[in-house]
Write a protein that binds this ligand. Structure first.
Ligand code: NDP
Length: 285
């Protein structure tokens, strides 16, 4: 039976460390602020936004909340982003995705100043990640690296298969694993022989968005399995992209859903906000 990678515990540790860092800056009169923008009132987005604000409060960061109506135009949203880009008190800007159809997501991502892009989606930050420069990294893949490292799992030299190639999870994940010296294969919907490829993985990272898709016959005995997916099953219970019950016994380590990757995403968002605050104010103050 695989050892469970406890994302709740690890994310709590990270938030605790950040809280301490924020407190030290606060003692010197320096504060950090995250601006969170939500367009429309999608219930899932409202939950995510609420959790992000709660995490800010926990870590001692300020949060500014902008709840814009569903009919907001692209120009209106761009104008708000521009205002926040110029606001020296704001260290991080986050637009909760998806945005309504009349707004082009790529224009919004590109409008956020790369220095305040705590989601790590701006092309400049993505480019920095690819060439190995310091910049903001997408929170979910960054959180997975923390899960692996803080669980004492060796990455260097291991065969890693990432299933999924989205801009926010799969692609940055593959680059990060490469940076950690894994040998990386990226699989997607056009991949042939997916099972055989997954079976080569010492570390299998699954981000495909299909409930319980990965079954025991995709797993090399003793592999580390990281499940990014979040879904509700037919009994309204949360589940991942991996069929946990049958896969777990073939692994050395596995993330559960919930309580695995999910909590790490917000912890790493907080990490990015703190880094932004520190970079903006200069570490020598
Ligand atoms: P996307 O839908 O953007 O990407 C899915 C990827 O999976 C695509 O690259 C697609 O390939 C690939 N794929 C789809 N079907 C198959 C298949 N049958 N075989 C192989 N590959 C396939 O999803 P995201 O990356 O945004 O998210 C993935 C999952 O992770 C979702 O369940 C999402 O809810 C969850 N998630 C969880 C987060 C967390 O904090 N825990 C954060 C972000 C996402 P192709 O490119 O060819 O279409």
């Amino acid at each position: 039976m695989g050892q469970i990678i406890d994302g709740k515990k690890i994310s709590a540790m990270i938030k605790e460390e950040l809280k301490e860092r924020v407190k030290q800056w606060k003692d010197k009169g320096i504060e950090g602020t995250l601006a969170v923008i939500q367009v429309g009132s999608d219930p899932a987005s409202s939950v995510y936004v609420g959790n992000k604000k709660k995490a800010c409060a926990y870590c001692g960061l300020n949060s500014l909340s902008y709840e814009l109506k569903e009919e907001t135009t692209e120009e209106e949203l761009l104008a708000l982003i521009e205002k926040l880009n110029k606001d020296e008190k704001v260290n991080g800007i986050l637009v909760q995705l998806p945005v309504p159809r009349q707004i082009r997501e790529d224009r919004i991502i590109q409008a956020i100043s790369p220095e305040k892009d705590v989601d790590g989606f701006h092309p400049q930050n993505v480019g920095k990640l690819v060439i190995g420069e310091q910049g903001f990294v997408s929170c979910t893949p960054a959180g997975i690296i923390q899960l692996l490292k803080r669980s004492g799992i060796e990455i260097s030299g291991k065969n890693c298969v990432v299933v999924g190639r989205s801009n926010i999870v799969g692609k940055p994940m593959a680059i990060l694993m490469l940076r950690e010296n894994a040998t990386v294969t990226v699989a997607h919907s056009k991949t042939q022989n997916l099972k055989d490829i997954c079976k080569t993985a010492d570390i299998l990272i699954v981000a495909i968005g299909k409930p319980q898709f990965i079954t025991a016959d995709y797993i090399k005995e003793g592999a580390v399995v990281i499940d990014v997916g979040i879904h509700r099953d037919e009994h309204n219970k949360l589940c991942g992209d991996v069929k946990y019950d049958e896969v777990a016994e073939h692994t050395s380590y596995i993330t559960p859903v919930p309580g695995g990757v999910g909590p790490m995403t917000i912890a790493m968002l907080m990490h990015n906000c703190v880094e932004s605050m520190e970079a903006g104010r200069g570490a020598d103050q």
